[in-house]
Design a protein around this ligand. Structure first.
Ligand code: G3H
Ligand code: 13P
Ligand code: ZN
Length: 286
């Protein structure tokens, strides 16, 4: 199947009240794991390339691997740019065949974020590519934001409405208490804020930093309008954990396939578990 825009997948998810998993891919084994999990679960799926993945593998390699995976897949697959940093980077991804892009202007003052996001929408929409933007700061657990300052970084619901109206984006990443990477304690999500944003904003909402968020909280977020959920850290933990165990068992091993094969299997399992929690399992019929 050709790559599908994320907006198409999220529209179906909204109609049926589930969320689509967006999984970060950094190498061939993880691309294969994501598509294998999606086929096993009969789930639509989003593969996304982070800034780190682009530096490591390059836009063209990622696009080629994901295209090959999607071509043979019995489920719809989207290829999405994660936390795009500039208009130029977006254009490089459009040329490489991505079906969706995120432009992350969340560090900019509101009007500058709007201007950058509008520019991206005006380039992506005519070629059928959907656009995600971010309002509020999601950040990483390593950012060490004091608990009292946390809410200052959260998405303001009225601003979210204005932002979506002004930009015409297809989906919006919101800051409601999640962070990228491994949590130190249990994350506390601001569900009331999420519901207020959902009331005011017409497009599907995106939850970043979802690794380590308890399943119950994930289900609650989906019930309140989240339609795309990003997972990277949990895949890294499963993948590297399995590779490490293999090397510990046999420190003399020199065949990369004997190390990365089990890592790929471990990634498939964690991705399948997430898909079941997100409610997207079994949504591809036929
Ligand atoms: O944006 C979220 C990713 O988890 C960051 O990943 O280190 O590959 O850029 P990266
Ligand atoms: P985690 O690393 O916390 O899973 O977050 C992934 C993410 O939000 C990518 O954009
Ligand atoms: Zn993110």
């Amino acid at each position: 199947m050709p790559l599908v825009p994320v907006s198409v997948l999220l529209k179906e998810a909204a109609a049926e009240g589930y969320a689509v998993g967006a999984f970060n891919c950094n190498n061939m084994e993880i691309v294969q794991a994501i598509v294998a999990a999606a086929e096993a679960e009969k789930a639509p799926v989003i593969m996304q390339a982070s800034q780190g993945a682009i530096k490591y593998a390059g836009v063209d390699y990622i696009a080629a691997m994901v295209r090959v995976a999607a071509r043979g897949a019995r489920v719809p697959v989207a290829l999405h740019l994660d936390h795009g940093t500039s208009f130029d980077q977006v254009v490089r991804c459009l040329v490489a065949g991505f079906s969706s892009v995120m432009i992350d202007g969340s560090h900019l003052p509101l009007e500058q974020n709007i201007a950058l996001t509008r520019q991206v929408v005006s380039a992506a929409r005519p070629v059928g590519v959907s656009v995600e933007a971010e309002l509020g700061r999601i950040g990483g657990v390593e950012d060490d934001i004091a608990v009292t300052d946390r809410e200052a970084f959260f998405t303001d619901p009225d601003e979210a409405r204005y932002f979506v109206e002004q930009t015409g984006v297809d989906s919006l990443a919101v800051a409601i208490g999640t962070a990228h990477g491994r949590y130190k304690g249990e994350p506390r999500l601001d569900f009331d804020r999420l519901s207020r944003i959902k009331e005011l904003v017409s497009v599907p909402l995106v939850l970043h930093g979802a690794s380590g968020v308890p399943d119950e909280a994930i289900r609650e977020a989906i019930g309140r309008g989240v339609r795309k959920i990003n997972i990277d850290t949990n895949i890294r933990e499963a993948f590297v954990g399995a590779a490490r165990r293999k090397l510990d068992e046999n420190p003399q091993e020199i065949d990369p396939r004997k190390i990365l094969g089990p890592a790929r299997e471990a990634a498939i399992e964690v991705i399948r578990e997430k898909m079941r929690v997100f409610g997207c399992s079994g949504k591809v019929r036929g």
